[in-house]
Ligand binder design. Structure first.
Ligand code: IP8
Length: 246
């Protein structure tokens, strides 16, 4: 089984609130048609979920929040998820909507539910989950990042490999020289990034990728503007991007 994170940066236009990047979603979906292994996908919030999370000051820490904010964040993610689902159907794939509340309670995964996900993927359906505004309990809500979901699913399901798809070529040494790190084996790279994402952007991804790779799973970072790089990484061909060697 292969786990793919479609970052908000590639499936939405982060400069324009509530604007999907339909072209990228379609191109990625059609290239995934060539993957013969079961797939599980998680997508991020981009200019949908993050737009409202920033407006209503919602973060990953469970807190009391305005009902309006929770509602708008959640609805925007459902909307983005349906755009992704529709595009996958139009590309001849069989997506299966999987809200994180289906397999989480509070901020903990429901292991028995999570273990059913690969079984769904093996039937030819593609479970598609997403970062969301989640009920925590005790009148509190929190923002669950898609990257965090990737970490949870990797730990419990041990996919063959994980791919983070973003709108940049991979992990850079720094944003100034933009030198691409091809392979990361030892120390976690330090990034200096100012993020507009309430969940932490690239730093959060690197943190998750690093700890997944520490459990022996290869984690790739590729640019979704070139969907062939996704399939090349999956098929063990040479690809442009970054690998956190498992
Ligand atoms: O873009 C967060 O998911 P991410 C989604 O994967 C929301 O961090 C609701 C902001």
């Amino acid at each position: 089984m292969i786990l793919i994170k479609l970052g908000g940066s590639i499936i939405t236009n982060k400069e324009k609130p509530l604007t999907p990047n339909r072209n990228s979603i379609r191109k990625i979906a059609s290239s995934l048609k060539n993957v013969k292994e079961p797939l599980v996908i998680v997508h991020g919030g981009g200019s949908f979920g993050h737009y409202w999370s920033v407006k209503y000051d919602m973060h990953t820490k469970p807190q009391r929040h305005k009902a309006k904010g929770v509602s708008l964040v959640k609805n925007s993610m459902v909307e983005l998820n349906s755009i992704v689902l529709k595009s996958f159907v139009e590309s001849g794939l069989n997506p299966y909507c999987l809200p994180p509340s289906d397999f989480m309670i509070g901020n903990k995964p429901l292991t028995l539910k999570v273990k059913e996900i690969p079984k769904i993927a093996k039937t030819g359906l593609i479970p598609i989950s997403y970062g969301d505004a989640m009920w925590f309990g005790k009148n509190k809500f929190y923002i669950l990042s898609g990257d965090k979901i990737i970490g949870i699913l990797s730990k419990l399901l041990r996919p063959r490999l994980v791919v983070f798809v973003t709108n940049v070529d991979g992990v850079y040494t720094d944003m100034k020289s933009k030198r691409l790190l091809n392979e990361i084996t030892g120390e976690k790279p330090v990034t200096s990034e100012v993020s507009m994402d309430v969940t932490g952007g690239m730093s959060r991804k690197i943190k998750e990728a690093f700890s997944i790779s520490k459990t022996g799973i290869d984690v790739f970072f590729v640019n979704g503007n070139f969907p062939k790089r996704i399939t090349n990484a999956i098929n063990g061909k040479s690809f442009e991007g970054t690998i956190f060697r498992g």
